[in-house]
Design a binder for this molecule. Structure first.
Ligand SMILES: *[C@@H]1O[C@H](CO)[C@@H](O)[C@H](O)[C@H]1NC(C)=O
Ligand SMILES: *[C@@H]1O[C@H](CO)[C@@H](O)[C@H](O)[C@H]1NC(C)=O
Ligand SMILES: *[C@@H]1O[C@H](CO)[C@@H](O)[C@H](O)[C@H]1NC(C)=O
Ligand SMILES: *[C@@H]1O[C@H](CO)[C@@H](O)[C@H](O)[C@H]1NC(C)=O
Ligand SMILES: *[C@@H]1O[C@H](CO)[C@@H](O)[C@H](O)[C@H]1NC(C)=O
Ligand SMILES: *[C@@H]1O[C@H](CO)[C@@H](O)[C@H](O)[C@H]1NC(C)=O
Ligand SMILES: *[C@@H]1O[C@H](CO)[C@@H](O)[C@H](O)[C@H]1NC(C)=O
Ligand SMILES: *[C@@H]1O[C@H](CO)[C@@H](O)[C@H](O)[C@H]1NC(C)=O
Ligand SMILES: *[C@@H]1O[C@H](CO)[C@@H](O)[C@H](O)[C@H]1NC(C)=O
Length: 565
């Protein structure tokens, strides 16, 4: 049983809430001569007390109240029944709940009241309800759920105002005979007052009256506003062909008595197509008004449904509101495509970068071989040699032979196989020329400087810091910006004894290590080592004969040399 508002405060715990066996007290009231059924709140926690026995006692008695249903006071279906209540029944009752694991008890205080003189109610037994002015509202006849008749039909409810019937003749009031609600339209201040609802309850062939009295207060309500559509809002929704769609016309309204309904082609939906099923609902909204709705199902969306406008209409005291929704085919998932495309693009780029890193040298060399002659139309840079080769001269015997490498292997591959034009100091310099002048001049005419390094441990000295090398490296690095290619003839662990410039180049561009042998047998230009060297070498400056003739004489002489070599 739901207690009226001002009795809820009286549900006070008897003992400290830290006690496992908590006890509660609640109050109930009834008019003398009327039946009442009292429920035990703690029994409504089903998980805690599954499989349990509930027993009612009168305060101070160890004997349970009888379960004999003919008795005026008895317990039945976990309820304590008084059919009807007498004044002596006022007092404390106890309900005990127990299963194999735990037990709990609750106290109930029953007050049996006499009617106030000349009235059909007692002023202390009033329920309080509130109705808003101007708009519609309803009064509810409370706590009637246990008083259906033997064959479980709810008997007619009679309404009285200030204990007098007849006020329902005012057509602002609307009650359906078996409903616990009394509707009021166009509420005024005069509607404030004491309302009583009454129905009969027949038990064991005897009729009893069950009545509830409600003090209805009238308040300024929310403003008179037409209902607002929550759905639909003259928009379209994406729906798959063949899917099951629930169309929910939902309005927010200060009036509870509105009745929205769906129409298609000016026909109610269920007339238009009997596969559309409509149902209505209503619930209070948080703002004090109501959410009222009507929803219908399209069990299977068909092609024809996409061409229809589904209207939801609602008539209200100030006119008519209308809104519609149309179905449309779902748009392809552009976002998905975009993300997918982007991801694969990134993947392709990553793979491309990875492949390029891996095959950079091969790609560049292939490009030079296949495309360069056609694409390279740039004017000659005025240099004669592709590389100036610098290597330590063999004064004492070395474990590795820089002589063989620089004078045999290097020219064999770079000059003979790849067509480069090298200046090798010690091979190409003419006797009698001033060394420093020759170096300075030749390096200036070279596109690269190749420095061959020999590990210190295997030789008497790697590179003496002679003026020759000093000058060469200085020129290459600083003055002309010529690129230097370092070739190690074996792993060089320690660069600390090297000149600063060599250390700098090693750190900046690294060195290429020779892993081959020093025999004079033929070496292939397509080993990893030679690919690395060729990659660092400039592209070959091949010039077609027709181009040659168009070049100015100054260039001609240089290229003639290149081509002769
Ligand atoms: C409940 O019973 C106890 C002991 O039997 C008694 O002292 C107490 O007054 C009773 N309370 C009521 C409200 O009857
Ligand atoms: C509940 O009552 C029935 C019969 O009255 C009894 O057989 C059963 O043991 C009781 N259960 C508990 C948990 O007390
Ligand atoms: C009693 O507790 C045990 C163990 O917690 C549980 O398995 C059993 O289902 C409980 N019995 C009841 C009637 O709740
Ligand atoms: C409602 O009943 C109370 C007595 O309980 C009375 O004082 C009051 O005047 C009544 N209200 C109206 C509007 O008659
Ligand atoms: C219960 O139903 C039967 C027939 O269905 C009817 O004769 C009887 O009057 C009903 N009882 C009450 C209390 O309405
Ligand atoms: C409520 O008031 C409006 C205008 O004030 C009126 O048109 C309407 O008929 C009234 N409704 C009832 C049920 O009296
Ligand atoms: C029930 O109430 C009505 C009117 O209020 C009265 O005529 C009738 O005698 C009452 N019946 C019982 C059983 O009290
Ligand atoms: C709509 O469909 C659901 C699920 O099929 C069903 O539960 C519900 O009752 C249907 N409503 C109507 C109004 O047919
Ligand atoms: C929705 O459309 C109906 C008629 O098609 C129109 O009366 C109504 O004002 C429209 N509502 C909105 C919010 O545009």
């Amino acid at each position: 049983m739901v207690s009226p508002l001002w009795f809820i405060c009286c549900i006070i715990p008897f003992v400290s809430s830290f006690n496992a066996e908590q006890s509660k007290l609640s109050s109930h009231f009834v008019l003398v001569g009327e039946p009442i059924a009292i429920s035990c709140q703690i029994a409504k926690v089903p998980t805690l007390y599954s499989d349990s026995n509930l027993t009612w006692y009168r305060n101070g008695s160890d004997t349970p109240i009888t379960t004999e249903t003919h008795s005026r006071i008895h317990q039945r279906d976990n309820l304590l029944w008084f059919i009807p209540a007498t004044l002596e029944d006022s007092g404390l009752y106890e309900c005990n709940i127990r299963n194999s694991n735990s037990s709990d008890k609750e106290y109930i205080h029953l007050n049996v009241f006499k009617n106030n003189d000349g009235l059909c109610f007692n002023g202390e037994t009033m329920y309080k309800q509130k109705v808003f002015m101007s708009i519609g509202g309803k009064i509810t006849c409370p706590d009637m759920e246990y008083f259906n008749d033997e064959n479980n039909t709810a008997p007619e409810i009679q309404w009285y105002k200030e204990c007098k019937p007849g006020f329902l003749e005012d057509n602002r009031f609307l009650s359906s005979k078996h409903d616990i609600y009394l509707m009021i339209n166009n509420v005024t201040m005069h509607d404030k007052g004491n309302y009583t609802c009454q129905k009969t309850y027949t038990y064991m062939g005897i009729q009893h009256n069950v009545s509830r009295s409600i003090y209805v207060d009238i308040e300024e309500g929310p403003k008179k506003t037409p209902p607002v559509f929550i759905f639909p809002k003259n928009h379209s929704i994406e729906v798959e062909l063949g899917s099951h769609v629930i169309m929910d016309c939902s309005i927010s309204s200060s009036i509870s008595t509105l009745n929205p309904y769906w129409q298609v082609n000016d026909m109610d939906v269920y007339i238009f197509d009997d596969t559309y099923k409509e149902e209505f609902y209503e619930k209070p909204s948080q703002e004090g008004g109501y959410i009222i709705g009507s929803r219908f199902n399209i069990s299977t969306v068909e092609s024809k449904d996409y061409s229809l406008k589904f209207f939801c209409r609602v008539l209200h005291p100030y006119g008519q509101a209308i809104a519609y929704v149309v179905l449309k085919h779902p748009a392809p998932n552009i976002q998905g495509y975009l993300i997918g495309g982007l991801v694969s693009l990134v993947f392709v780029i990553v793979v491309a970068v990875f492949v390029y890193k891996l095959l950079k040298i091969d790609i560049v060399l292939w490009y030079r071989n296949s495309c360069h002659p056609f694409l390279s139309k740039k004017v000659s840079d005025g240099k004669i040699y592709d590389a100036y080769v610098l290597y330590p001269k063999n004064r004492v015997s070395c474990l590795y032979s820089p002589d063989i490498f620089a004078l045999k292997i290097l020219p064999e591959v770079l000059e003979r196989q790849c067509g480069y034009n090298l200046f090798i100091f010690g091979r190409d310099d003419l006797p009698g020329q001033a060394v420093v002048n020759v170096i300075d001049e030749k390096i200036n005419e070279s596109r690269r400087v190749i420095i061959v390094l020999v590990p210190e441990s295997s030789c008497y000295s790697v590179l003496e810091d002679t003026s020759e090398q000093q000058l060469a490296v200085y020129n290459a690095l600083i003055r002309d910006g010529i690129k230097v290619i370092l070739i190690e003839l074996d792993k060089i662990k320690d660069y600390t004894h090297m000149p600063e410039s060599i250390k700098y180049i090693k750190q900046k561009h690294g060195a290429i290590r020779w892993k081959g042998d020093f025999t004079e047998r033929s070496h292939s230009a397509s080993t990893k080592f030679w690919k690395n060297v060729r990659y660092q070498m400039p592209p070959r400056q091949t010039v077609s004969p027709s181009e040659l003739q168009l070049l100015p004489p100054a260039f001609n002489s240089q290229h003639t040399i290149t081509l002769q070599r």
